[in-house]
Each structure stands twice: as structure tokens, then as C-alpha cells.
Design a protein around this ligand. Structure first.
Ligand code: NAP
Length: 494
């Protein structure tokens, strides 16, 4: 078994990036209660056995973060910034290895994994800069002998839980801002993808980030770990990325200690093609926004609405562009779509698709597993005649299935697009400037791509409205979620 585990990582330049246990107070801790297996979704092979951690280790990690807080928050912004920049440089230096580890445990094409490593690292360099701009305020006072000052201070220990679909970037989007603000950090990554998180911990040590500032707890008892992270009074702030149902549970748990909370939850993104759109550009945008990570992203397109005059032309171009997409092991050259994460994901998509076809949707492309490649390789699929009543329109599909519907008027499509409890990302294509502003204002979403499908970057505030979440990650607003305002009233100055 050891040989099998090691062989997957044999081609890494630096095999010391692969760790198998939680990282607490600057040390990788051997497990107390056994191990869990991490598998490669492309071929089902065993990649690693990782030490189980539970509530005890989670409490230890919180204690380590609490102990480190005073010195870390008390350092100058320039000192924190320099260490973050060192961490960033190490991520850049090891980007090929980090990407390979990511593809092995998560499945996405290596080119996309490289993109994620650079995207994740970009938050570290961004917030290394922002750390130096955590400015307060001076407000005109109510009396002539007073002075009002507003300070922004690090909130304290931050706890986070992150998903498997971006095992590197979902951690760094939070950790970079938290550490820049002066907070210390404990994260529980998904049990499906702990290795990317542990590689970041290795680089944190090498960067000289002090013990206890960044901690990773790996384990399969998410509920138990989550109970501690959301209820421990030493944690001042809880930040979650994952599904809306789990987010609601964790939000309720945080009420017991009135923690500040950020929630990056699920979506149901519409993609609207108006009759004045550049169709070729809309097709390319749709491919990117749908098939990235095999359709397993929170900002993935879920529902496509095409206006009647361009419907046939758009569909013809879309089929032509989708059919040749290469489904393959993410490590294979030219791979454009990798495997889904596990059998549960495949079963869910197959069920949604069957229901839609039973209710009158029409299958134009794909629709099945590519058995020659393996049980988790779902073909890029296109269905039409999709209606709002179908489960597939109401549920985050999280797979490579394009659901197409026809519409006639702008008002009709705005109502269709907003007809969902979530509001994360949305997209539309139009070249009419009046329509662009009308539709952008009317869509109830936190993020809107207009003639653009690639909307996420460190400079932009990422987040949703309605049941897609609370708070924003990235941008100059991103530090605010990790700070508290303190108001000082100086009197007797007359
Ligand atoms: P998930 O099932 O909600 O899991 C997310 C994380 O929560 C994982 O670490 C999971 O641990 C943990 N978890 C599950 N149940 C828990 C509980 N009862 N208590 C504490 N922790 C618990 O979501 P997922 O399937 O991993 O990720 C996909 C979802 O994330 C989609 O809905 C997607 O839209 C959303 N997402 C949102 C954003 C955003 O920025 N808005 C970004 C990426 C993904 P285990 O995996 O170890 O069980």
C-alpha cells in the first residue's frame, strides 16, 4: 500500500509537500484514532491515508490559534504583509506540484488546477497589500471638546470549513484576508480533498508564519468538528463555503455564541442570451461557465435562457462547440472535462436528468457515463425544452449538463432568472447598452457577468444574496469581514 500511495506523487519535484495529518501549532500531528482514505476520482486508486482528527484536535487547534493571536495581531501590518508575500512566493515556486496534488485528489484538468493555484495565491498577494491599508476613520465630533476616532481591529480567532470543489482557493480566499487583518485561523477542509490544504500548511511553515497562526484539522466527522468550530467561545468569527443546507445548520449553531459569520453558499446561475448578443462569444462564455471543473462550481451555469429569434442559431453553434470537448483523466494532455468527485454526484445528476426527460425535456447530446473512461466520467450533455417546474431547474446540478429554455421578452426572462431562492452568480449576453443596465439592475444576484463568463478575481467582491450567503471575499471589502470597528470618544480636549 505504501508503494501505491507513494507512486501517485512520484513525479512531484518536492514530495515533502504531501502530508497525512492535521497541522496544529506549526506541527503535523500523528492521529490518535485511525486514518481515512483519500482516493483519486479519475481511477479510484488510493492516494493517501490521512490521520483522523475530531473534536479534541479541533479544540487544540483553536487553543493554538488563540495563543498565537496576541503576537500576530500585535505585529505591524508590514511584518504580516512580508510573511504573506513569502507564502505567496512559495506557492508560485511550487505551483506545478500544488496543481498536481490538486488534480490527483479532486479530478479537475491539470490546466484548471494550475489556474486554481494561481487564483488562490492571488488572494495572498492581494491581501498582503491590503493589510497595509486597514485604515480607520476620524469623524467630526458632536462637541467642540471631543474627538471621535474609529479603529479597525482584527476580530480574533477565525474558524472555517471549506468544500472539495476548490480545495486550495476556497481556503486561501478566507485565510489570506484573515491573516492580513491580524486574525489567526483554523480550517477544516473537506475529507475528500485534505492534501491541498496540508500542502499549504507545509508552505506556511517554510514561509515563517508563526506557529498557531494557520491550522488545519483533517477528519471525517464533519458534524463533530463543526460543532466545536461554531460553538467554541474562543472563536470570534466563522466562515463557511459549501452547500446552502449545511450553511443554514452552521449559521444556526453560530447563534449560540453570537459569532460574526460569513457564508459562501450554493447558487442556481442563469445564463441569458438576448437576440442582440454576439452568439459566438456567448457560446464560448457558456462553455467556460458551464464545463469548468466538470460543472462543479458554485458559479456554474445551471439554467440557460435563449431568446426566440436566435434560438436555433445559438443551439447549432453550441452543439458544435460542446460535442468535441475532451473528457479524460485530468492529468492527460488536452483534457477539458475530468471526472465527477464521487458516485453520489453521478447518481444525483443521472436522477435529475431522468426526471427532466420523463417530464418532456429533449436530449440533444451526451446524457450518460463514458464507461470506457470510468464510472465517474459524465459526458457533456445538452437538454432542451426545460421548464421551471422540473427539479433540474430548481437544483444546483453540479455536473456537465446544459439545460436550455426558450424565452420571448426581457421582462419574462428576468422573472424566470430571479425565480430561485439563491442569488450567487448570473450571466447575460447583449450589446444593447440600455438593456445591459436595465437587466443588471433587475437581476437579484451578488455577481453578474455581462458578455463575460470569467468573473472571479482577487480585486472583485465575491459573494451572493438571498440564500447564497452573507459577506464578501476578495477586493478591498474583503478585510471588513475579519475586522471589528472600535469607536473611541476623546473628551476634555477644549
Ligand atoms: P457541503 O456538503 O456543504 O460541504 C462543505 C464542507 O462542509 C465540507 O468540508 C464538509 O465536510 C462540511 N460539512 C458537511 N456537513 C457538515 C456539518 N453538518 N457540519 C459541519 N461541516 C459539515 O458542500 P460540498 O458538496 O462540499 O460543496 C459544494 C457546495 O459548495 C455547492 O453548493 C457549492 O455551490 C458550494 N460552494 C459555494 C462557493 C461560494 O463561494 N459561494 C464556492 C464553492 C462551493 P466533508 O466534505 O468532510 O463531509
Amino acid at each position: 500500500m505504501t508503494n501505491q500511495i507513494n507512486s501517485a506523487f512520484a513525479s512531484l519535484n518536492d514530495r515533502a509537500l504531501v502530508h497525512h495529518s492535521s497541522y496544529i501549532s506549526g506541527q503535523f500531528h500523528p492521529g490518535r484514532t485511525g486514518h481515512f482514505a483519500v482516493h483519486n476520482p479519475a481511477d479510484g486508486s488510493l492516494l493517501a491515508l490521512v490521520a483522523e482528527a475530531g473534536s479534541t484536535e479541533t479544540e487544540q487547534a483553536i487553543a493554538a490559534a488563540a495563543a498565537a493571536f496576541s503576537a500576530w495581531s500585535g505585529a505591524t501590518a508590514a511584518q504580516r504583509s512580508a510573511l504573506l508575500m513569502r507564502w505567496y512566493q512559495l506557492m508560485q515556486q511550487h505551483q506545478h506540484d500544488l496543481a498536481r496534488i490538486l488534480t490527483l485528489e479532486q479530478g479537475k484538468p491539470l490546466t484548471e488546477a494550475m489556474g486554481e493555484i494561481n487564483y488562490g495565491a492571488s488572494f495572498v498577494s492581494w491581501f498582503a497589500e491590503e493589510a497595509k491599508r486597514m485604515n480607520g476613520d476620524i469623524i467630526p465630533a458632536a462637541a467642540t471638546d471631543q474627538q471621535i476616532l474609529v479603529l479597525k481591529q482584527a476580530i480574533g480567532v477565525v474558524a472555517a470549513i471549506t468544500p472539495w470543489n476548490f480545495p486550495n482557493a476556497m481556503i486561501l480566499r478566507k485565510a489570506a484576508a484573515a491573516l492580513a487583518a491580524g486574525c489567526t485561523f483554523v480550517v477544516k477542509p473537506s475529507e475528500l480533498t485534505p492534501l491541498s490544504a496540508l500542502a499549504l500548511a507545509e508552505l506556511a511553515t517554510r514561509a515563517g508564519i508563526p506557529a498557531g497562526v494557520f491550522n488545519v484539522v483533517t477528519g471525517t466527522d464533519a458534524k463533530a468538528i463543526g460543532q466545536v468550530l461554531t460553538k467554541d467561545s474562543r472563536v470570534a468569527k466563522f466562515s463557511f463555503t459549501g452547500s446552502t443546507p449545511v450553511g443554514k445548520t452552521l449559521l444556526a449553531q453560530c447563534a449560540s455564541t453570537v459569532k460574526k459569520v460569513s457564508m459562501e453558499l450554493g447558487g442556481n446561475a442563469p445564463f441569458i442570451v438576448f437576440d442582440d448578443a454576439d452568439l459566438a462569444s456567448a457560446v464560448q462564455g457558456l462553455l467556460a461557465a458551464k464545463f469548468r471543473n466538470a460543472g462543479q462550481t458554485c458559479v456554474c451555469v445551471n439554467r440557460v435562457f435563449v431568446q426566440r429569434p436566435v434560438y436555433d442559431a445559438f443551439l447549432a453553434q453550441l452543439i458544435q462547440a460542446t460535442a468535441p470537448l475532451k473528457l479524460a483523466n485530468g492529468l492527460e494532455t488536452g483534457c477539458q472535462i475530468g471526472p465527477l468527485i464521487n458516485q453520489t454526484a453521478v447518481d444525483k445528476i443521472a436522477r435529475l436528468l431522468d426526471q427532466a426527460l420523463d417530464q418532456g425535456a429533449e436530449l440533444l447530446l451526451g446524457g450518460a457515463i463514458d464507461a470506457d473512461l470510468g464510472p465517474l466520467f459524465f459526458q457533456p450533455t445538452i437538454i432542451t425544452e426545460v421548464t421551471p417546474a422540473m427539479r433540474i431547474s430548481q437544483t444546483e446540478i453540479f455536473g456537465p449538463v446544459l439545460c436550455i429554455s426558450l424565452f420571448d421578452t426581457e421582462q419574462e426572462v428576468i422573472e424566470l432568472a430571479n425565480n430561485t431562492p439563491t442569488g450567487l452568480a448570473s450571466y447575460f449576453y447583449s450589446r444593447d447598452i440600455g438593456r445591459i443596465f436595465r437587466v443588471a439592475k433587475a437581476l437579484h444576484y451578488g455577481m453578474i457577468g455581462i458578455n463575460e463568463a470569467s468573473i472571479s478575481n482577487a480585486a472583485a467582491p465575491f459573494g451572493g444574496v438571498k440564500e447564497s450567503g452573507l459577506g464578501r471575499e476578495g477586493s478591498s471589502y474583503g478585510l471588513d469581514d475579519f475586522t471589528e470597528l472600535k469607536y473611541l470618544c476623546l473628551g476634555g480636549l477644549g
